[in-house]
Design a binder for this molecule. Structure first.
Ligand code: HEC
Length: 446
């Protein structure tokens, strides 16, 4: 209802509310909203292309801000509010939206500086107190223009003993060009990047990438405005096996001039042995068998895993798809047959947002996690590299993926290789489309 009211304003319907109420001013009404919701990205040196720190900064953007918040383009957040509650929810309240709309519609008044809240100070250094910092050993050169595929850089750390980590923070060396990145634990047993020269950058999909990521664990991630990650949910921590190294997985964007970057990750070690392990699934559930027909504007792809251990809880959901992705749903089907959608949202390749559950969700052994995604492989998808092609699973942006990085906590003595067992649609042979929910139900009925 209120959203309709805001749209009415956008379309030029006269402002009734604002005319008899006290005027909306920058210092009193708008600045607190910008501080809380926008300045994390909209300030010098951060990813957003302009600053929203001061009245002078924000004034020219009044109309654009109105459009961006009414159309929900800003702040970037893609979860459908009908499903799940997330601790990192960025959605503005209707009141905040109405305030920004009213401000733009009533001449973007400055108001009295005395009404301004104190400016927020953004820590220039770490948001955590790292016990250890792992840095890329040399600069990566970011070209001035064009697309840059994902880069992988192995950093030899060789952790001298089994290590538990309660918090991690990735810091971009050059936030202008680091779109997002991940720090991945590579245990000594992993074949992934086994022939890679430490410090060198390897494109995703290149020969040196080696085997699958099996056994690896996502340690830290960086997205604009994300900050540090806390792994202490219910006395839990991240596990780094003795002898492990760290892989930086980086997505750069070019900005018109040549740039360099040398990013790092800071780690806080647990002060006592934790009760639970905080584990990130290595991109599972996954649909390695996916097939997206040429020209299909709403191709469905379904994947599934079954929980194979006791006492696991879901704490985090981060869908992953490429340029044809449209939407992603995670459905939990309990051994009782009851089912629940825990996340549903639009997909946006540029943002790669992760969703932190407001409350850990118990996943009894035998629970199935079903991911349902849709793709637009038609000519109408402006990001589509080639609508005439049947698209299969692959690392490159022009291939596709359907996978999820799911964060779980479980007792420390749990065998992590047994947490998720591939099941259902993910076991089907590749067809010319799907696998879809219908095809799974049909094959189950046989
Ligand atoms: C997580 C980072 C982030 C946050 C938080 C964020 N922005 Fe942005 N914003 C960006 C980036 C990056 C761009 C430029 C790329 C784009 O348009 O997607 C942008 C673009 C914009 C634009 C230009 C849109 C256009 O169509 O050209 C406006 C206006 C804007 N933001 C307003 C806001 C407001 C108002 C808020 C807070 C309510 C906000 N943003 C919060 C990162 C952010």
């Amino acid at each position: 209802m209120l959203r309709k009211y805001a749209l009415g304003l956008l379309l030029g319907v006269p402002v009734f509310a604002a005319s008899n109420a006290t005027p909306v001013t920058f210092y009193k009404d708008v600045l607190p909203i910008l501080q809380k919701n926008c300045q994390g990205c909209h300030r010098p040196g951060e990813i957003a292309p302009f600053s929203l720190l001061t009245y002078t900064d924000a004034r020219p953007w009044a109309k654009a801000m109105k459009v961006a918040v009414v159309t929900e383009k800003m702040p970037p957040w893609f979860a459908d509010p009908k499903y799940g509650h997330f601790a990192n929810d960025r959605t503005l309240s209707q009141k905040e939206i109405s305030t920004l709309v009213a401000w733009a519609d009533t001449g973007a008044v400055e108001g009295d500086k005395k009404d301004a809240p104190p400016p927020i100070t953004f820590p220039d250094g770490w948001n955590i107190k790292p016990d250890m910092v792992v840095e890329m050993p040399k600069d990566f050169h970011v070209k001035a223009t064009g697309t840059i595929n994902y880069q992988n850089i192995l950093v030899k750390v060789n952790f001298p003993e089994d290590t538990w980590v309660v918090a991690a923070e990735m810091r971009a060396g050059n936030p202008r060009v680091v779109h997002h990145m991940r720090a991945i634990v590579r245990p000594p047993t992993s074949t992934w990047l086994a022939t890679a020269i430490p410090g060198e950058a390897y494109e995703e999909g290149s020969a040196e990438m080696g085997g699958a990521r099996q056994g690896t664990d996502l340690l830290g991630k960086y997205n604009p405005g994300l900050g540090a990650q806390n792994f202490d949910v219910e006395d839990s921590a991240k596990f780094i096996p003795k002898g492990s190294d760290i892989v930086f997985n980086l997505h750069y964007t070019s900005v018109g001039t040549e740039q360099t970057d040398r990013s790092k990750v800071g780690l806080v070690f647990a002060k006592h042995p934790p009760q639970k392990r905080y584990w990130m699934s290595p991109g599972t559930p996954a649909a390695f068998n996916l097939a997206i027909p040429a020209g299909d504007s709403n191709a469905e792809v379904v994947s599934e895993v079954t929980v194979g251990v006791d006492d696991a809880k879901l704490v985090y959901i981060q869908p992953h798809m490429h340029l044809r992705g449209k939407d992603y749903e995670l459905r939990v089907i309990y051994p009782t047959g009851e089912s629940q959608t825990v996340f549903k949202g639009k997909w946006n390749f540029d943002w790669q947002v992760g969703y932190q559950l407001a409350k850990p969700l118990p996943l009894p052994r035998g629970t199935r996690l079903v991911a349902i995604a849709h793709y637009d492989n038609s000519i109408n998808n402006k990001f589509n590299p080639d609508p005439t092609k049947l698209v299969l699973w692959g690392d490159q942006n022009w291939d596709e993926m359907q996978s999820g990085f799911l964060g779980l906590i479980f007792p420390v003595n749990t065998d992590a290789t047994k947490v998720f067992q591939t099941s259902g649609p993910s076991l089907l042979p590749r067809s010319t489309s799907g696998p879809t929910l219908t095809s799974v139900q049909l094959s189950a009925a046989k």
